[in-house]
Design a protein around this ligand. Sequence first.
Ligand code: FAD
Length: 465
Amino acid sequence: MTSALKDLLDDGGYLTEAADMAKFSHDIVGDIVGDPIGVARPRSTEEVSQIMAWCHANTVQVVPQGGNTGLCGGSVPKGQDGTIILSLERMNAVRDLDVMGNTITVEAGCVLADVQRLALEANRFFPVSHGGQGTAQIGGNLSTNSGGNNVLKYGTSRAQVLGLEVVLPDGRIWNGMRALHKDTAGIDLKQIFIGAEGTLGIITAAVLKLRPQPVSRETALVAIKSPADGLWLLRKLQDYVGETVSSFELMHKNAVDTFYAFKPDARRPFADDHPYLVIMEAESPSRFFDLRGAFEAALEDAFKDNKVLDAVIAEANQHRLDFWAIREGMAVAMVEDDSCLKSDTSVPVAAIADFVEKATAEFERLVPGIRPSPLGHIGDGNIHFNGQRPLDMPREIFITHWDKLKDAVENISVELGGSVCAEHGVGRIKKKAVARAKSPEEMELFFTLKKALDPDGICNPGAVL
Ligand SMILES: Cc1cc2nc3c(=O)[nH]c(=O)nc-3n(C[C@H](O)[C@H](O)[C@H](O)COP(=O)(O)OP(=O)(O)OC[C@H]3O[C@@H](n4cnc5c(N)ncnc54)[C@H](O)[C@@H]3O)c2cc1C
């Protein structure tokens, strides 16, 4: 039936053979294997519009897909008969790079790392940065409102957007491509599509903010006793260098051990094992700012107050990259370990120590011998409270405990005033958790919006709501 879509697109624009669709049909973790009846690969906003108008007229459901690096299965249809994938991968043109306006205007299929590179080549900076950046696309980043390691300074993906172009579920094109920092002429419509995970329309292009390129940067790896001491140190550093602090990443000993098991030849920065490490980083576009002096002063204060156990400031870029390899490597090792329970919740920053303490106690009560492995973004209140199986427990047994462990992390986050989804989104795997955590009024508002924009429910059915 959807063969009519072939006529709308060029050769290779609409795929229906299983072999051709294979790379689009499962998520990056491999947990969700979808069953699309076709994959549409438009080259322009007009083609997206024609596809959506046709699907609207024929009530065919559409799952938008970017780089397919999302960690909650939002980009792959599963169990929905007659659904197509709309891949943005061929819409990757850069429409404009305006150095004076400090903006880059790109189509949704541009890969995040390419946008970073283009900005750098123009002596500008695009700050969104995370482990999926080599494949994740701008449309996917905006649709999940992705975060990463430097949200503390620059905000999430949402904070980078000035203008947006969206194809609505009925095929109409909303052109909101304004490069405006101020626009109070009515409701800021772009905000409802950012973070909507493709449930309200297809993002086809965006005007993104650029920044001056950082030219000075300091990075330190610090050993601490507890998350509470980590937060103390973050505030101390911010007292000295304010908003230049760009990253402040917590890593539990179990997560650090996982990294060294994954990369046994990597150099260990400290002779002793410590309960937690943090990577702290500050950066500035100014050469006239003594970041190094501030780092030394903050650490000196912290040693005096017994808040740190050991510390090393990176002496060269390679040294800095070695620190970051620990943080990035542990995340990759845990994605590759299919027995590792991952989580992505947030709490108010002041509640982090409480969160880690309560979640640790609950994990140990539920599965004695479990290795709690919290890691992540202290400054955003977003600690990924992961759990690795007891060394003597096989994967098959450990995964039978996953649901109650996930519920525990989510419940503790909500009790502390937090969210069940911090930066990875809801997708297909966290719908129940969201429905549990949100008030009836909030859920009703979600559904009101969905019904108003997509009354036939053709946009990313089965995701989020
Ligand atoms: C190793 C690794 C590390 C990661 N680290 C982080 C991290 O630190 N922080 C973080 O936030 N995320 C992280 N991620 C998750 C992921 O990279 C982000 O969620 C990313 O933003 C998804 O982009 P994508 O293009 O791959 O989107 P996809 O996975 O293709 O799609 C994600 C969702 O957006 C929808 N969508 C995609 N494109 C569009 C569009 N154009 N219009 C409308 N809807 C669309 C899809 O339907 C789906 O619901 C990581 C992933 C990996 C693999």
